[in-house]
Design a protein around this ligand. Structure first.
Ligand code: ASP
Length: 342
């Protein structure tokens, strides 16, 4: 049987950081040092190679240009490896996982993002377990087919679909959650795959990579007392094409006339407004309350149960890759990569 090979793409993040004695803050260190911290990398029954970003990035500096670089690396190496593990800072990992899920079309191989809350060099690090298990999952196959051919986040003891995941805890080792979709695998003594929830639907198409993202999107999170000038400024930001409107509960927003007028005017001018909930769990149902019905009537689009991270990156992807505004709108109401339940 051919030997399996996994490529680790090291972008940066806490997992590979050390304390800078001069500033006393965490700064990235190179992959050679990572492999010294994890000698287990040599014990797998598959080969592990690595590609290191130069310079390494704290994920707070992550951006669409780096996502394009990431998908290009995966494209160049796609036929050479059985799976990919991306080491990434936790802060924006859910955004990157969501973006990659749209940029990597007809993916038949695992792309598993992981990182850690404590650097690998520290005694109680969670990075070692995260890296080792992410590699196992990336290499897991049955009859030469990947068990999880999706963009995922593995963290602590759960494998989640990347575009369903949110970072919710800055301290705990269990830093991510996916409230609207079950874990794709749970890890204890065994790795238990949740097969009915893993996507195997793309097996016939050829692998395609999107290398354009349009950043003319904005996020408007409403709150009681939100000021008209702020709403106006966001809705009228120069060049803006789409807004993710983070509303209350099942998609509700103030019914004050000035608010609805501003939103209506923006929609009439051609702005796409996508409604997602501020709640971690549950779905937008604009017809449910009068406060949501107004938005529906104005032409605001339901984001259903999408995370904010996914709403933003899906818009960036569609605005850059769809051929018309209509196509963008139609695709917002479809599941492209299992990111939405309709
Ligand atoms: N600031 C770090 C990053 O996101 C935090 C982490 O990796 O956990 O790159």
């Amino acid at each position: 049987m051919e030997e399996r090979e996994i490529l680790i793409i090291y972008t940066g993040g806490t997992i590979g950081m050390v304390i800078d004695p001069e500033t006393n803050s965490l700064v990235p260190f190179d992959f050679e040092s990572i492999s010294k911290q994890v000698p287990e990398l040599r014990k797998f029954d598959f080969k592990v190679k690595s590609y290191s970003f130069e310079p390494l990035v704290d994920s707070s500096d992550m951006n669409p240009d780096i996502w394009i670089k990431l998908v290009e690396i995966i494209e160049e190496n796609y036929t050479l490896y059985d799976g990919f593990v991306i080491l990434h800072g936790t802060d924006t990992m859910a955004y990157t996982a969501s973006a990659l899920s749209f940029m990597l079309n007809n993916l038949k191989k695992p792309v598993i993002l992981t990182g850690s809350q404590l650097p690998l060099g520290t005694i109680r690090t969670d990075g070692k377990e995260n890296l080792i298990t992410a590699l196992e999952i990336a290499a897991a196959q049955k009859n030469r087919q990947a068990l999880v051919p999706e963009v995922c986040i593995f963290f602590n003891d759960k494998l989640f679909r990347g575009n369903r995941t949110t970072k919710y805890n800055a301290e705990h080792f269990r830093a991510f959650r996916s409230d609207n979709y079950p874990a794709l695998a749970e890890v204890g003594i065994h790795i238990k795959y949740n097969y009915p929830f893993i996507r195997y639907t793309t097996l016939n198409g050829t692998f395609r990579v999107a290398k354009k993202m349009d950043t003319n999107v904005a996020l408007l999170r409403i709150f009681p007392g939100i000021n008209r000038e702020v709403v106006k400024a966001v809705l009228n930001a120069p060049g803006i094409k789409a807004i993710v409107l983070e509303t209350y509960g099942s998609g509700n927003a103030p019914t004050q006339k000035w608010f609805l007028d501003e939103v209506e005017e923006a929609v009439k001018k051609g702005l796409i407004i996508l409604n997602v909930t501020q709640c971690l769990s549950g779905s937008v149902e604009m017809w449910r309350y009068e406060t949501g019905v107004h938005l529906l009537e104005i032409g605001v689009i339901s984001g259903h149960d999408m995370t904010t991270e996914t709403a933003i990156t899906k818009l960036m992807y569609l605005l850059a890759n769809a051929s018309s505004v209509e196509e963008v709108k139609n695709n917002l109401n479809k599941s492209l990569q299992g990111e939405i339940y309709i």
